[in-house]
Every structure is written in C-alpha cells, then in structure tokens.
Design a binder for this molecule. Structure first.
Ligand SMILES: [Zn+2]
Ligand SMILES: [Zn+2]
Length: 239
C-alpha cells in the first residue's frame, strides 16, 4: 500500500516531541513519502511554541532534505463555540489546519458539547482535518459528527498513535471502528495521521490499517492512498 502523505507530525518545538524538522524531513524522504506535513501544537498547549512560529513558517522552503513539505498546525478547540487558539489570518496563510480537543485547553464529558465544539470548528474554511476524535474521555455524538464532516468537507482523522499500545487515549480502537463504519455508510472520506512525536514514527499507519481491515473500510476513501482525493482536499498534486 502506497501512502502518499502524512500531515500530522510534531517536532521539538511542540515541547513533548523529540526530533527536529530537518530530521523529520530526512526520515520522510527515506521512507518515500511524497508529502510531509508539519503540524505543531498551537499556542494554548503547555510547552509549545509562540504564534510567531506559525506566522514565520513562510520563510521555510517548500522542500527540506529533498522532501516536499506542507506547513500546518494542530489547533486547540477552546470551547463549545469551536473557537481556536491561533489568529484566523495566520491559519489562512498555512497550507492546512487540524483542529483537535486536548484536555489542558478544553474539557467536557458532555457528548453534545464536544460535538458542537467540533462542528463549529469545521465551519472555519481553513480547518481541513479533525484530529483524533476517538477518545472515550471526550465522548461525541458520532452520527451527527460524521454527517457534519460530510456537510463541511472536513476529514475525520484515523490517528495511528491513538490506537498504539503506548497511547493514553481511552477506547480508541473500538471508537475508530465505529467511526469507520459510519464513514463507510455515509461515504465520508477519512485521513490517516501518524501523530508522530519522533521522526521514526512518521508514515506508520499499521494501527490504522488494523481498524480499516476489521470493518472492511474501502481504501479509496482513505485520502492518503488516493491522489485524486489529495488534490481535492489539499490542492496539491502527488506522483
Ligand atoms: Zn502532542
Ligand atoms: Zn492532538
């Protein structure tokens, strides 16, 4: 299986990751990834970088170590209204934005509140991906969530790290399988993300594939494998 891209990766500047951007690019090139996306945690996450980091991404070249690079961010959803923690103008200049719920920034046990938060974030045109909607500690109304992804053209992420044995997220494998079942039923595309916090975890989608195989999810709906869908969602060509 050829996975063309991985858009959910972190570097040292996120504060709890362990490789540099150059090391990430070097590894991505080595494993033959067509496109690497870098997506540090936005400023409300404890230990991460300042907003200047994101506005200054414009100085980076489009290729590092010969690796095609997209410049993104993993935004924090800050409340039920879907507000996020980086200026809209900065978000609009980036290649893509992931929006996620992280408990240090926003926390609710109420599935309606969490679903409202995700859907309100989806309404922002620069939000292309909802990160790891798979944690039983952050319950959601799954069917309403999936139908909204379809309505707003936003990709739910199948997060490889959530399903890993080292994950602190709860119930992720079962939640991902339920999510994939509904995405299959309603023909909603999904994206795999490694959520790598170390370079050698980039492009590793083994756990995502276990879930896909369990529910017999159609691989053409996995954007990472499908050049036409990559072009549709991210306006880039891959070979
Ligand atoms: Zn992180
Ligand atoms: Zn995250």
């Amino acid at each position: 299986m050829n996975f063309y891209l991985d858009l959910h990766t972190h570097t040292l500047v996120s504060g709890h990751a362990y490789s540099t951007l150059t090391e990430n690019c070097h590894y991505a090139k080595k494993i033959g990834l067509a496109v690497l996306g870098t997506s540090e945690h936005a400023p409300s996450m404890p230990g991460t970088c300042h907003e200047y980091y994101f506005s200054n991404l414009r100085i980076l070249p489009s290729h590092i170590e010969g690796q095609r690079l997209l410049k993104g961010v993993e935004l924090n959803i800050m409340g039920q209204d879907g507000s996020i923690d980086l200026d809209d103008r900065i978000c609009e200049e980036l290649d893509y934005c992931i929006a996620s719920i992280h408990s240090p920034c926003f926390y609710s046990k109420d599935a309606k509140v969490n679903t409202d938060a995700y859907i309100n974030a989806m309404k922002k045109s620069f939000v292309k991906i909802i990160g790891h909607p798979d944690d039983s500690r952050v319950p959601i109304e799954l069917e309403r969530f999936v139908l909204s992804c379809k309505e707003y053209g936003v990709l739910p992420e199948i997060n490889n790290s959530s399903i890993a044995s080292t994950s602190f997220r709860v119930g992720a494998f079962d939640n991902v399988c339920m999510l994939l079942e509904l995405c299959k039923k309603y023909e909603v595309d999904v994206i795999f993300g490694s959520d790598a916090h170390y370079c050698e975890l980039i492009g590793n989608f083994e756990n995502c594939m276990r879930a896909v195989q369990k529910v017999d999810f159609p691989l053409e709906q996995v954007v990472n494998t499908n050049p036409l869908k990559i072009k549709k969602y991210f306006k880039i060509e891959v070979e």
